[in-house]
Design a protein around this ligand. Structure first.
Ligand SMILES: Nc1ncnc2c1ncn2[C@@H]1O[C@H](COP(=O)(O)OP(=O)(O)OP(=O)(O)O)[C@@H](O)[C@H]1O
Ligand SMILES: [Mg+2]
Length: 498
């Protein structure tokens, strides 16, 4: 029978090159605990030479470890992966290193043949995150008494709300701003949670005080714990005295985004802090009084998140004293025209393009399309369309193709009619064009759109042949070419369509 442990010792040269070039430390031992592979990154993290490690038992190279504390040896004993662990240590050079380690058994079929430890160097990430916390703290001290000391930019004036459900959201959020209770905002991605959360802070009595935001999904557990609660020197090797975000947000609001991504152990600690109203930095014995309003957000329904065990029920009751649900855009379609006009105005002035509205086809399509990315998707679609258009009205041809292909079928034929200027649809389209432009009926863009539709129809009839189309329309070929360029119409599209 094949000796599988030999396979491990003789990792192919190609595999060694690959494992040596990746950006994570890799340490592989055989079933006896002898190192068979130790890559350059692992060597630089530990400040050792691979030759000092390979071929030797792990405990003889790392004397500070024991049978119990070495994760590689315990994985060999149990045959099961060890929980992902953060480690902060000083290497022989004296550098403080923070790593996230995953340790896994290696099997060949049913037979355990070794264990592998993958170490991700978080030193840089940790340093950067701490720097951001320090800068936020400095910024807040420097501007403490002025409005908007934190980073909340939005106010309720920035939120478009034409539909009843959205008006309801705004009135609940305004009431929440005046009460000091914790608020939990939830809604699908792109529905405007950040906008609502910042507006709540800005119009609350804490508005002039700091607004600090942290995404709970962005950092591994132990890093997040230190960042939120702060650390005291000596808490662990390399730990320094530093405040956490709770302290930086003192007197203001702390926004915890994607709260359902916070590991349960950390949720328990957060709950204690909220219940007691006091905070202890990691490794510190004294307590500090808390004066922070907590606002949290998540994209799934909190009741479901509690049922699925993503959020502790007791924490949910603490966080969600006031709960605000922002419905998805497909459930408040009355907001679509208002948001469309709002973004057209914004991007027209930003890009210096004079856009007055959308065609009937686009407005129908927008009312049918499910908007899985919600307001953010609509915003990006309009941003792109305004740049592609040459002013006047945004047409189907300016929209990102996925919107067309994902739209329900009934949303599409109308636009095809309009696009090709099919008789009988024209009058309706023209009326709609005027409507789309808001309370004005600008003549020039409307006429331009009709002209464009007629050219499309003629091109289709003449199978994309430019000379034939010019003859059909009774205009010089050069004039037609000029118009095609101006309207951004590609006649070859027509040829391939047919
Ligand atoms: N009602 C609204 N009026 C104006 N702009 C809006 C509205 N809702 C959302 N937006 C805009 O849509 C974009 C997405 O909003 P926001 O970042 O608040 O969404 P979110 O719910 O926090 O999304 P995610 O879950 O992905 O973080 C932003 O550019 C925001 O300005
Ligand atoms: Mg957000």
């Amino acid at each position: 029978m094949r000796d599988v442990s030999i396979d491990l010792e003789h990792l192919s040269a190609d595999l060694r090159v690959v494992l040596d070039s990746i950006n994570e430390g890799i340490h592989i031992v055989d079933t006896c605990g002898i190192t068979v592979f130790y890559n350059k990154i692992a060597a630089s993290l530990d400040n050792l030479d691979p030759d000092e490690v390979v071929g030797r038992h792990i405990l003889s190279v790392f004397p500070s470890l024991s049978e119990d504390t070495s994760t590689l040896l315990s994985v060999l004993r149990t045959g099961r992966p060890a929980p992902v662990r953060q480690q902060t240590f000083r290497n022989y050079k004296g550098d403080t290193i923070t790593t996230m380690n995953s340790t896994l058994p290696i099997y060949s079929g049913a037979k355990l043949i070794g264990a592998i430890e993958v170490s991700k160097d978080l030193t840089l990430v940790k340093g950067l995150v701490e720097r951001v916390v320090d800068l936020q703290a400095q910024l807040i001290t420097a501007t403490d008494t002025r409005p908007g000391a934190g980073s909340a930019r939005y106010t309720f004036d920035d939120i478009v709300a034409a539909s009843e459900p959205m008006k309801d959201v705004i009135s609940r959020a305004k009431r929440a701003a005046q009460s000091g209770s914790p608020v939990l905002v939830y809604g699908e991605t792109g529905t405007g949670k950040e906008l609502v959360v910042q507006s709540i802070h800005n119009s609350s009595p804490r508005g002039p005080r700091p607004f600090i935001a942290q995404n709970c999904a962005a950092l591994p557990e132990t890093l997040l714990e230190g960042i939120l609660f702060g650390t005291a020197r000596g808490a662990f090797t390399g730990a320094e005295n530093r405040p956490g975000l709770f302290e930086v947000a003192d007197g203001g609001s702390l926004f915890l985004d994607e709260i359902d991504a916070m590991p349960l152990a950390l949720q328990a600690k957060l709950l204690r802090v909220l219940q007691e109203g006091t905070l202890r930095r990691i490794g510190e014995s004294s307590e500090r009084k808390l004066d922070v309003r907590l606002i949290s957000a998540m994209s799934s329904d909190p009741a479901t998140a509690v049922e699925r065990g993503l959020i502790r029920r007791d924490l949910f009751f603490r966080l969600g004293v006031i709960v605000i649900e922002i419905p998805p855009l497909r459930k408040r379609r009355d907001d679509v025209p208002a948001l469309t006009n709002y973004f057209i105005k914004r991007y027209s002035s930003q890009f210096g393009v004079e856009v007055h509205g959308v065609t009937r086809g686009v407005s129908d399509l927008f009312m049918e399309y499910p908007w899985p990315g919600n307001v953010r998707e609509l915003q990006h679609a309009i941003e792109a369309a305004v740049q592609l258009s040459q002013g006047y009205l945004l047409g189907i041809e300016h929209l990102p193709p996925h919107i067309l292909s994902d739209a329900p079928p009934m949303a599409r034929p109308d636009d095809q009619f309009e696009r090709f200027g099919i008789p009988g649809r024209q009058a309706a389209s023209s009326e709609a064009l005027a409507e789309d432009a808001g309370d004005k009926a600008p003549l020039v863009p409307t006429l331009e759109q009709i002209e464009k539709s007629l050219i499309w129809a003629a091109l289709e009839r003449c199978e994309g042949n430019i000379s034939a189309t010019a003859r059909y329309l009774d205009i010089p070929r050069q004039t037609l070419q000029h118009k095609l360029k101006r309207f951004n119409i590609d006649a070859s599209d027509m040829r391939s369509d047919i």
